[in-house]
Design a protein around this ligand. Structure first.
Ligand code: V47
Length: 361
């Protein structure tokens, strides 16, 4: 492998990796540009095994997308709809309670909740939702509302981000999912999601949460119009934020799905780019404990292979994912625990069921 690393021009990065030295932006760009995927995977796997050994995590979780009504209408999104548009929906608190009750007999440890930026649901809807879920299932961890939604809720409540987060935590919020980060680049946001919370503000919400002891995740949506340089800048911005607070648990590269979006002419991502994004993230984000290969977006086969390219987490059982499926995702709506375990074992990794905060179950 050393010979192959030399041939790929990656020997200097190998030296940094084995000496636990931080990689530069130029290193990140070089890694993205390499055609030597096995050499890249080898490097990422060194870090993956140093941090997480042979373990591959998954979680028994349930997704609820409470509403697709959204004022942002990002060009890459097939999920968000205007209020009066065909196919728009919003769940009542009773609908959400029913979704939780339906699965009370299953050992679900987390409910993952995200939705659009709704123009007129009141702040009380969000706190009532959290309280109602906790009332039915007091032990469940609620991972809810991306940083974009949190900023919207703070405006609704006329409170600071800090006060809002404290209030939501009192109502039952456990942690914050990683969505809404997209690509932080102003160029990309202006072109694709001009109405969305700017990247700097997304980072501020995440860091405020971390300072209050609330953990969160981070994502990057790749495979549309972003450049390699913009991807690396995104990773470095996350790494700097993590240096400040240490509150990120996991990074999830999200593969863009074009169908039914405003960017339908763009081809779906290929397996090579999917694996590169996992591997470069593992190498650049030296202060992130976990990298997730989200099987719903990658498909189970690529996600399984990603366990050798830097990923140590597959997400979970999921059930009823809408964002990817409305954009043409053709994976199943859910995986069972034996299915996930089989996938992990067949990769030669050790399956470990975790809770949201990565405690072993
Ligand atoms: O923020 C929207 C992305 C995100 C598309 O924190 C799209 O553990 C692909 O963030 N093609 C929501 N992606 C999902 C998300 C997530 C998923 C699983 C686990 C976690 C976690 C977070 O989905 C959005 C946006 O970036 N998205 N449209 C699309 N067409």
């Amino acid at each position: 492998m050393i010979h192959s690393l030399e041939e790929a021009g990656l020997k200097d990065i190998y030296e940094k990796v084995v000496h636990n030295q931080r990689l530069s932006e130029e290193d990140g760009i070089k890694l993205y540009k390499t055609d030597n995927l096995p050499a890249l995977g080898y490097l990422a796997n060194l870090v993956r095994e140093q941090k997480n050994g042979n373990k591959a995590y998954y979680i028994y979780n349930q997704h609820i997308n409470y509403s697709n009504v959204c004022t942002n209408l990002c060009r890459f999104c097939a999920f968000g709809k205007e209020k009066e548009a065909p196919g728009s929906y919003e769940m009542s608190i009773k609908d959400i309670e029913d979704k939780i009750r339906e699965r009370l007999n299953e050992p679900i440890s987390e409910v993952h909740i995200v939705g659009g930026i709704h123009p007129d649901l009141p702040y009380s809807y969000y706190t009532d939702m959290l309280k109602a879920i906790k009332n039915i299932r007091p032990d469940i961890h609620i991972q809810a509302f991306t940083c974009v939604e949190i900023a919207h809720l703070a405006k609704l409540a006329n409170m600071s981000i800090e006060e809002t987060l404290k209030d939501l935590t009192e109502a039952g919020l456990g942690s914050i999912p990683g969505g809404g980060a997209e690509v932080f680049s102003t160029r990309i946001r202006e072109k694709l999601c001009p109405e969305k919370l700017p990247g700097q503000e997304w980072l501020e919400v995440a860091k405020t949460a971390h300072r209050l002891g609330i953990k969160s995740n981070a994502t990057m949506l790749y495979g549309h119009i972003e450049t390699i340089e913009e991807r690396v800048e995104h990773l470095v911005a996350l790494r700097e934020a993590q240096d400040e607070t240490g509150g990120f648990m996991c990074f999830i590269p999200l593969a863009f799905h074009p169908k039914n979006t405003g960017l339908e002419e763009i081809a779906p991502t290929g397996g090579i780019d999917d694996l590169k994004n996992i591997a470069v993230a593992r190498l650049m984000l030296d202060n992130f404990p976990h990298i997730k290969a989200y099987w719903v977006m990658l498909g189970p086969k690529v996600a399984q292979i990603a366990l050798w390219y830097g990923a140590d987490d597959l997400d979970g059982t999921v059930l009823e994912e809408k964002i990817t499926h409305m954009a043409g995702g053709d994976t199943a709506q859910a995986m069972t625990r034996p299915e996930i375990e089989r996938l992990i074992k067949a990769a030669g990794r050790e399956p470990v069921e975790r809770d949201t905060l990565y405690n072993h179950i």
